[in-house]
Write a protein that binds this ligand. Structure first.
Ligand code: NA7
Length: 539
């Protein structure tokens, strides 16, 4: 094929995009990654809010593709902080010489496929100069992330606010000094729950505006224990392999074999207590085998956590308001915290019920709910992202046959394996919707997807094939399977970003694949082994 600049254009230089550069270069493809930020790392580049930390343990949340890397790298704590993970990602980029194939400050505005030439043309805008140029590539990999499109509610009056306001997902690099300020934070998902204890330490007063209470468990973060690190490193290769046979992509948690309802209450609570003390979300959800599928079983875990909240928070009214009661535990991403509930015992922290009295407008000196005005010097929006489909839909992705992603996905995403999309030849996603991505150890899923894509491209090259595209029927069957699996669990019961519930007007459809990494990988491998079953290829 002539007239192309690249074999593969990669959009995004986060964890997935970086591995894609490395893996595809190894296969001899000419690649380049385009990144809108002025640094690499994706999520870990942008989310610099106080307390930002991964909820998967550091020994797990890391690349497995290089044994030397995983043996040599030293994680300082049980869970990585944002700065620690960003510095790891930068180390990886240097160590594997990835930067020469990355263009920073470059936002991809559109990607158009021309069936005549068989090429994608990407419009790349330099975010500093505004200059736009075209890049032509045979294949395009969207490594655009699942939580990369921050959303701030459109309250009237924000432009009139005299203080400073921030979104947790677009945090200033120089940090924010809240000392002596009256701060309001809106949102109590992971970002809110992680940052509230730290902001409270400095603010004169912190008002937390909570619309929905979420379940949060103690992370029990601690400095990395040496014996844990060396044991893990000695088992690394087996553990990484074993991770692919688990639902969440994390080895070391034997699957439970008992129902929560088969155990007397006292023993059940002893089991929950041990998990609570151990810290971590998977271990807690693995207390019993039916917590994510049986509402009654789940309720026992909910009540255990609610009682913990009631024991921790001294003011009974605040405690009750913090007790989640609208979704089964684990059906929204389970939050891990350090001193979250304890923070409500501070004199300078007030919880405001933004459900019964919603926020109406931002005032020059604060904000107004249906019930009262609050004087604020700073507002923090911990209000989340247009998750999973937002970043893809922000790019004008279309083909000359008329299809555009925004139109195709108007009623929710449709994909084959969460990696490809019918009607969009030679386009791949890393951890796209309808893959287990966000329900798994993300780096493992990024590696698995990129490996699958690289193998597919090698296959096409070996067979002299220029074009690959999923068949409509295969895609429909995958979408249906995805929905059936979700409907056999409690997941769809929660109003979460998994179903797009946090974005007004977004179609409500359960987006992640919850059949487990194990089942998913088997399926991806089988598709490849059967000559890319469900795909149409052409020369
Ligand atoms: P989340 O989990 O989507 O949380 C956003 C929070 O903001 C949540 O509590 C929302 O309440 C709240 N929110 C959103 N819009 C509003 C308005 N208009 N008014 C009041 N409150 C609002 O985002 P995070 O950044 O915390 O975490 C995202 C993921 O990052 C997390 O799951 C981890 O995987 C890492 P709601 O529940 O919609 O009532």
């Amino acid at each position: 094929m002539s007239g192309k600049d690249l074999d593969v254009a990669i959009v995004g230089a986060g964890v997935g995009g970086l591995y894609a550069i490395h893996r595809l270069r190894k296969s001899g493809f000419r690649v380049r990654a385009f990144e809108a930020a002025d640094g690499i790392g994706g999520t870990w580049y942008w989310n610099r809010y106080p307390g930002c930390r991964c909820d998967v343990e550091s020994m797990e949340y890391s690349y497995s593709f290089s044994n030397d890397l995983q043996q040599e790298w030293r994680w300082p704590e049980r869970y990585g902080t944002q700065p620690a993970i960003l510095s790891y990602v930068n180390h990886v980029a240097d160590r594997f010489d990835l930067r020469r194939d990355i263009e920073l400050n470059t936002r991809i505005r559109s990607a158009h496929f021309d069936s005549g030439t068989g090429l994608w043309t990407l419009e790349a805008e330099n975010t500093e100069t505004g200059a736009v140029r075209s890049v032509r590539a045979s294949h395009c990999i969207m490594a655009t992330g699942n939580l990369s499109t921050p959303r701030t509610p459109g309250y009237p009056g924000l432009e009139s606010f005299r203080g400073r306001w921030y979104h947790t997902g677009l945090w200033p690099h120089e940090g924010v000094d809240f000392t002596g300020l009256r701060v309001g934070i809106i949102g109590t998902g992971s970002s809110g729950v992680q940052s509230i204890p730290l902001i409270a330490r400095h603010a004169r007063h912190l008002h937390v505006f909570q619309r929905t209470a979420n379940f949060s468990l103690p992370a029990r973060n601690e400095p990395m224990r040496e014996e844990k690190e060396s044991r893990h490193k000695s088992e690394y290769e087996q553990r990484r392999r074993a991770a692919y046979s688990t639902p969440f992509g994390i080895a070391g948690y034997p699957p439970p074999d008992r129902s929560a309802l088969d155990v007397p209450e006292e023993e059940r609570n002893r089991i929950y207590e041990a998990k609570w003390q151990e810290g971590g979300s998977i271990s807690f959800l693995y207390s019993f085998n039916d917590l994510l599928v049986n509402r009654e079983a789940n309720e026992t875990a909910c009540e255990f956590v609610r009682n913990k909240i009631r024991q921790t928070v001294k003011d009974p009214k605040t405690a009750e308001l913090l007790c989640p009661n609208d979704h089964p535990i684990g059906t929204k991403r389970l939050i891990l915290d350090t001193d979250y509930y304890e923070t409500y015992n501070r004199d300078n922290v007030t919880l405001v019920d933004a459900r019964s009295a919603p926020i109406r407008e931002i005032l020059p000196g604060g904000l107004r709910t249906d019930e009262a005005d609050y004087e604020l010097d700073a507002i923090v929006f911990a209000t989340g992202f247009d998750a999973m489909t937002g970043a893809m839909k922000e790019i004008d992705i279309r083909t000359d046959r008329g299809a555009a992603i925004g139109e195709k996905w108007a009623d929710g995403p449709q994909t084959y394996l969460g990696i490809t999309i019918a009607g969009f030849p030679n386009l791949f996603m890393v951890t796209g919707p309808q893959s287990p991505g966000v329900k798994s150890q993300m780096i493992l899923s990024c590696e698995q997807h990129v490996d699958w894509i690289a193998n597919c491209l090698e296959h096409l090259r070996a067979e002299g094939l220029g074009v690959i595209e999923p068949e409509e029927a295969a895609e429909q069957a995958w979408v249906q399977h995805n929905n059936e699996v979700a409907d056999s669990t409690l997941y769809p019961l929660a109003n979460s970003w998994y179903v797009g519930a946090n974005i007004p007007g977004k179609p409500r459809i359960f987006m992640p694949y919850v059949g487990g990494v194990d089942r998913y990988k088997q399926r991806c491998d089988a598709v490849a082994a059967n000559g890319y079953e469900g795909f149409r290829t052409a020369g």
